[in-house]
Design a protein. Structure first.
Length: 249
């Protein structure tokens, strides 16, 4: 049982609907169902009478709902207190503009581009990535996603893989590229930490990624990122390329 599951459970309980909870939390309905099912499995009880509409809580669900409201209220109170103590300071942008997740936290000069910055988002996590070119933007977006997944300093870039991705448009290509890297990690057991985009059009890309096979004893994992999503997605160019991506966790 974790806070993410409790927040999803409490939202479903309040709204009486998995689909409405997914909409409010800006995540997919299957993600809501999976998290509730995992919570029920961990506790060994049914929390909802799912055959009823609107969905209603079981006796066990009513007990948990009371605790969940108090726990989440305390979490929100703690977050507000910490932000106030830090004078609502913005998160620092990620380290250097190099397309290397191991890069040191120093800019290379006045024209250096921060690879990405973390943005706050209800229930999920997100980034705004930057790049002087579209290729650099895609590399920096990959760095931003890996920032949530793993401590890159624990990964050695000793092996290289080539990835080719195709999509119908530029936005879809970015999402498919990031989800392809998640597939590389979760299905093939390979942790990528360096990214070099070799070819890139609006519908196709080829990139070399460097990293190593997963080593649970050395690699320090963080969040379980399930997917890059289209929610609030944009890819645009002003003075530089910029993209916002929200990740389902």
């Amino acid at each position: 049982m974790n806070l993410h599951q409790l927040r999803i459970f409490a939202t479903v309980a309040r709204l009486g609907s998995f689909s409405r909870a997914a909409e409010e939390l800006h995540i997919s309905q299957p993600s809501v169902s999976i998290q509730v099912a995992d919570l029920e499995r961990a506790l060994g009880v049914d929390l909802f009478k799912q055959r009823e509409r609107p969905i209603r809580l079981t006796d066990a669900g009513n007990v948990l709902e009371g605790y969940a409201r108090r726990i989440l209220a305390l979490v929100d109170e703690a977050e507000a207190a910490v932000k106030e103590a830090k004078h609502l300071r913005r998160p620092r942008p990620a380290a250097d503009a190099a397309v290397d997740a191991e890069a040191a936290p120093h800019h290379r000069g006045a024209d250096a581009v921060p690879p990405f910055e973390v943005i706050e988002h209800t229930a999920d996590v997100g980034i705004i990535a930057y790049g002087r070119s579209l290729e650099e933007l895609f590399s920096h977006a990959a760095m931003g996603m890996m920032h949530f997944l793993i401590d890159a300093a624990s990964v050695r870039p000793i092996e290289q893989r080539t990835r080719t991705v195709e999509a119908e448009d530029r936005e879809g290509l970015l999402i498919d590229w990031l989800n392809d890297l998640l597939l590389l990690l979760n299905a093939e057991g390979f942790v990528p930490v360096r990214f070099e985009v070799r070819e890139l059009t609006d519908t196709r890309m080829r990139a070399d990624v460097a990293g190593e096979p997963v080593d649970p004893q050395r690699h320090r994992f963080h969040l379980d990122v399930k997917a890059a999503t289209y929610h609030q997605l944009y890819v645009r160019k002003n003075e530089m390329w910029e993209a916002r991506v929200i990740f389902d966790i």
